[in-house]
Design a protein around this ligand. Sequence first.
Ligand code: DC
Length: 233
Amino acid sequence: MNERKLNLSRLKGKIIAIDGPAGSGKSTTAKILAARLGYSYLDTGAMYRALTYFALKNNISPSDSTKLSALAKKLPIEFKTDADVNRVFINGEDVTEPIRSPEVTRHVSEIAAHQGVRKAMVAKQKQLGKNGSIVAEGRDTTTVVFPDADLKVYLSASVKERAGRRLLDMTKMGVSTTLEEQMADIQKRDAHDSQRRHSPLKKAKDAFTVDTTDMTIEDQVEYIISLMRSVLK
Ligand code: DC
């Protein structure tokens, strides 16, 4: 097994940051990688999703930057791992499934674009990573949250491939949708996430790019582990 081959004492305490667009395979890859390394896993997108879920439930408009920024500062978002599932809680309520709903997915990019929202979330994320031994993934973990990460990876894949992966996830969740709908949704989110004014999605200069279009999740994990072996001192 790969984890036995890793010199874990040498790899202790590191910060691995992975960014990329929706459906590029970040979450699954980061989760498996964290488990193999005995690191914690930080899904920064889940934090923006949790905020979006709570805002929509409480009739706060996705354009209300003032209210959303104040909410982002005080909303207690917690992660707990249960039987390998990374569960998300707000005020003790398990919101793991509802934060993946199509409604939350439709509004999350707009909410994540507000400067005050980002500032509050980034502060929480830095705090969660302050002791290292973490695999963080999102849109700005390599550029803004952990600019000094020990290893930075940018995952990409074609729009069709990413939409196909989302279609599979949605179908498993019992949501009826089509490849065309998912392609349109992904293109809209790509545009929103990479063209926004504050912390847009972009590749960090010192990040390794991995095109995952023809890779399995296992290939991606193996590849990042091989990068760690060659890059980390
Ligand atoms: O990775 P995801 O699809 O669950 O992310 C949901 C949204 O959150 C995504 O459209 C953009 C936003 N996001 C962000 O702006 N910054 C991050 N670090 C992570 C996610």
